[in-house]
Ligand binder design. Structure first.
Ligand code: IVH
Length: 730
């Protein structure tokens, strides 16, 4: 292909992608692929400037205005920042050096002869001079939020307009939609500055919280959707789609869901989309001469925005010199997966506003800021096969086997397709090119298929009629999305899963009994049922493939240790359908002994708090089966033991009757740990805040749950508060 055709093809592909991304909010290629094509075109145009056409995507930024929104001309353009694709922490050093080099070249201009065209008469700002004398540069480091940029215009403290970025010069008026975000104040808090008010005194710290609100204030920031809100929204959409609602659709990622909501023409629909906001800068603002605040540093701006009632990320911090920037890059990278929202990198900004002015802009990008990206959370890959896996309860799950891709910091080779319905809805086929996403602790997912790259003749996926492991018949029960193998315990796949579940951390916690070993034990018929586990001797274990004597010994010890357990863990470990950890605890607490649970009728089981007919029926059916009773008897016979009898009446526990909701990241406790501690003290831990919630325990980056707590006036405590309630003190 000649270079001219290639460039034309790239232009067409990029323009199409930009239209899908910006105008339709429905991208078909991941950002990394867009960036790759963009760079390819840039390289061609650099080598052959004659091929640079005015319609080339390299010649413009951003989106066309969607018909239906009024255009808004930004009084101060919404610029973009230079983005380094370098995903390592080393970029900080480079940025720091670029800033210094620029200052040094400005300094050299002042040293030229006055007649020289490059001569600069005015001396450098004193801070710039201090930097040149060797002082470290003060920065502010912030996360790069993955949403869409919005400008909020406040006049005399009242929100009058919200606009998208558009092409940077002209955006869209989305005020109606933005007004529905509860995090965005319609009226700022604080005192309104009057021109007659004396100006604040110069110097640091003077304003912490005390800046008067300028008559004109444009706040720049990012509208985004939290991951949990995104998952819940897509879940709702899937339910509506299953119910035949043609207007429902799922979103590819939180950013697109957010963009779609902000640019939704019907504000009523926008209002139902859970959006959040972080402020990170200023646009137009009343100048100090006219009574506006005389900010000296970006950090002050952030503090003032927070004091006026705007959400500012708690992750933003000041950093001295490149080393502290690099440390921020590493710290945030380590936290990235656990954050409640997507970020795609970090942003470094020179803190001093005088230094920012000194540095200025290159074309449309400031020299005083740079973005450093993290590895992408979406990638393209191909589907090599669709396997069907059999779970503990016989549920069949289609799993896409992928050509390995590095995404979200790990190499992904599998992605679940959940069930037949889901596989068909996405229409994933063998040979397809797909977008894979992995964000946070969320399991990797195929988000969509590039339909135009499908190999001819690829057949649609369908579930097998017989179990791929034991060849038993596969059935799909009325009104259920799942297919099941009817082989039960005779199906080796189900036996393996049952064993893995029994050994899992929150069940019997048998360390070292992992997938590979379980495969060997079941396939080699060493273990046919749960009690067999405790009958294995050292000799049969050590005889297994790749089993060192030491590991065999460790496993035997772990098995021995697991014998001492609790009734709740044991009930959970049995893998009774619909009996999760919480239900197992409820049953153990209510009945006190295993015999009582086993002997209970369905109606007696229904007396257990929080146990409904489905669970009661399932427990009753389980213990009705002679082979299940047999397994339980044998497990007791090999020495599984727990303290029987009703535990201390729940009412006597310190937090009995109290309901807690956990949100955000606690400084030292994991969510599991906090939950265990609360439950041990008799409290219930719930996932959503209501008027009945006793306390919300909030950590860093707590979001909508915290807000709801405030709205419902539910007391909010932090980790220390929690420990105090638990009576532990420190
Ligand atoms: S500052 C002149 N700070 O990244 C500098 N931008 O090209 C203005 N973004 O679309 C931007 N997080 O919406 C800044 N902490 C942050 C940011 C951030 C995300 C977005 C912004 C813009 C792009 C910058």
């Amino acid at each position: 292909m000649n270079i001219e055709t290639k460039a034309a093809q790239l232009r067409a592909a990029l323009n199409r992608a930009a239209h899908q991304y910006y105008t339709l909010d429905a991208p078909e290629i991941p950002d990394v692929e867009y960036d790759r094509l963009f760079q390819e075109l840039q390289a061609i145009e650099a080598a052959h400037p004659e091929l640079r056409t005015p319609d080339s995507p390299t010649q413009r930024v951003g989106a066309a205005v969607l018909a239906g929104f009024t255009p808004v001309r930004h009084s101060v353009p919404m610029l973009s920042i230079r983005t380094e694709t370098d995903t390592t922490a080393a970029g900080a050093e480079k940025f720091d050096e670029q800033v210094r080099n620029h200052l040094a070249s400005e300094q050299r201009r002042t040293e030229l002869k006055p007649g020289d065209p490059r001569y600069r008469a005015e001396p450098l700002d004193p801070i710039a001079q201090a930097v040149l004398a060797g002082q470290p540069i003060g920065y502010v480091a912030e996360p790069k939020f993955d949403g869409l940029a919005i400008s909020l215009r406040y006049e005399h403290g009242v929100l009058v307009q919200a606009a998208t970025r558009g092409d940077g010069e002209t955006g869209e008026d989305v005020t109606q939609n933005i007004r529905t975000l509860r995090q965005i104040p319609l009226v700022l808090s604080g005192e309104i500055s009057a021109r007659s008010l004396p100006l604040p005194l110069a110097g640091e710290g003077r304003g912490e919280g005390g800046w008067p609100i300028p008559p004109i204030l444009e706040v720049r920031g990012e509208v985004y959707m939290r991951r949990d809100d995104f998952e819940a929204l897509n879940e709702r959409m899937r339910e509506r789609m299953a119910a035949g609602d043609r207007a429902a659709k799922t979103f590819v990622n939180p950013r697109n869901a957010a963009a779609g909501a902000v640019r939704q023409l019907d504000p009523a629909i926008a209002a139902q989309r859970p959006l959040s906001f972080f402020a990170y800068g200023l646009g137009d603002i009343t100048p100090p001469e006219a009574g506006g605040p005389d900010f000296r540093a970006h950090w002050e701006v952030l503090q003032a925005l927070r004091a006026w009632g705007l959400p500012v990320s708690a992750l933003a911090r000041r950093a001295q010199g490149a080393a502290e920037l690099a440390a921020f890059h590493a710290d945030v990278a380590a936290e990235r997966d656990g954050l409640p929202f997507d970020i795609d990198g970090v942003v470094y900004k020179v803190d001093s506003l005088a230094l920012q002015r000194e540095l200025g802009f290159v074309t449309r990008e400031p020299r005083w800021a740079v973005a450093h990206k993290y590895p992408a959370q979406e990638q393209l890959t191909t589907v090599q096969a669709i396997d069907v896996q059999v779970g503990r309860t016989g549920k069949l799950t289609p799993v896409a086997k992928l050509a390995p891709v590095f995404v979200g910091g790990v190499t992904v080779t599998n992605a679940t397709l959940h069930n037949e319905l889901e596989a068909r809805r996405k229409d994933v086929r063998v040979g397809d090119t797909v977008i894979v996403r992995r964000a946070g602790d969320v399991i990797p997912e195929v988000v969509s298929v590039l339909a135009d790259q499908r190999p001819p003749g690829a057949p649609e996926f369908s579930m097998p009629a017989r179990c791929p492991v034991c060849d038993s018949e596969v059935v799909r029960e009325e009104g259920e999305a799942d297919h099941r193998c009817t082989g039960g315990i005779s199906c080796p796949a189900q036996r393996k899963q049952a064993l893995l579940h029994y050994a899992s951390r929150r069940a019997m916690d048998i360390e070292g009994l992992g997938e590979k070993l379980v495969d060997q034990l079941i396939d080699g018929r060493v273990v046919n049922s749960l009690p067999d586990l405790y009958r294995m001797g050292f000799v049969s274990l050590a005889a297994l493939d790749r089993m060192a004597e030491k590991s065999a010994q460790n496993l035997l010890e772990a098995l021995e240790k697991s014998k001492q357990t609790t009734l709740a863990r044991f009930l959970y470990a049995l893998g009774i359908r619909h009996v999760g950890e919480t239900t197992a605890k409820d049953l153990a607490r209510h009945f006190g002994t295993l015999d009582a649970v086993m002997a209970a009728s369905t109606s007696q089981l229904l007396q257990t708090p929080d146990v409904g007919p489905v669970v009661a029926g399932s427990v009753h059916t389980f213990f009705e089966q002679p082979h299940n009773r047999e397994v339980v008897e044998q497990l007791r016979a090999v020495g599984i033991y727990w303290a029987e009898g009703k535990p201390a009446p729940a009412a006597l526990l310190p937090l009995a009757g109290k309901t807690f909701v956990l949100t955000g990241t606690l400084p030292t406790l994991s969510r599991d740990e906090a939950k265990d501690m609360l439950e041990a003290a008799g409290a219930k831990v719930s996932g959503s805040v209501s008027k009945k919630t006793s306390y919300v325990v909030a950590g860093a980056e707590a979001g909508s749950k915290l807000e709801r707590a405030h709205a419902l006036e539910v007391p909010v405590i932090d980790e220390d508060g929690l420990r105090a309630l638990l009576g532990g003190g420190a």
